[in-house]
Write a protein that binds this ligand. Structure first.
Ligand SMILES: Nc1nc(=O)n([C@H]2C[C@H](O)[C@@H](COP(=O)(O)O)O2)cc1CO
Ligand SMILES: [Zn+2]
Length: 170
């Protein structure tokens, strides 16, 4: 607390408030917590150039395909793994947006987009990807994503955490 010479408390602007990047990546991280995937939870948050949130999404099974009836395996018979079915966080966020154009928007995502989501990001006119993890950087799908983003002029940058902890007691 600060005081003036008369001893009156001076109120100052908070200094530990979240930056825009922290705020939107925080929303993406919170969204990821809705995922039923026990191996990888991904969240995405779409934001326009006025820093307004347009949409959010997380990786999950398509509507009507009940989580309990779908496979969550990573290996085995392809039809019995999650990969043919699960809808990625970025695609869900794009499809969840009911407001028209996403042109010029940016996407905050907790994991670098795959090639399929990269196509959807490019085709919807989004211009920037801010990602947290890039654990599949060596996979061809991620190499293809970056190749397409580079060609299409979609910028991508890694989110730089400031080691700020937010506790949510729910
Ligand atoms: N960018 C991404 N967004 C996503 O929503 N996903 C989803 C699909 C799966 O549900 C899970 C990846 O599963 P795994 O192979 O790490 O067990 O994350 C995956 C990627 C990676 O490209
Ligand atoms: Zn994807």
């Amino acid at each position: 607390m600060f005081f003036d010479p008369e001893g009156k408390e001076i109120r100052m602007k908070r200094t530990d408030y979240l930056s825009w990047d922290q705020y939107f990546m925080g929303v993406a991280l919170l969204s990821a917590q809705r995922s039923k995937d026990d191996h990888t939870q991904v969240g995405a948050c779409l934001v326009n150039d006025q820093n307004k949130i347009l949409s959010v999404g997380y990786n999950g099974m398509p509507t009507g395909c009940h989580d309990d009836d779908m496979p969550w395996e990573r290996e085995g018979e392809p039809l019995d793994t999650k990969y043919f079915y699960v809808c990625h966080a970025e695609l869900n966020a794009i499809l969840n947006y009911g407001g028209g154009s996403l042109y010029g928007a940016r996407v905050y995502v907790t994991l670098f987009p795959c090639n399929e989501c990269a196509k959807a990001i490019i085709q919807s006119g989004m211009k920037e990807v801010i990602y947290m993890q890039d654990k599949y950087a060596d996979d061809d799908m991620t190499v293809a994503s970056k190749r397409m983003f580079d060609m299409a002029g979609v910028k991508y940058r890694k989110f730089e955490p400031k080691d700020q902890t937010i506790e949510l007691h729910l």
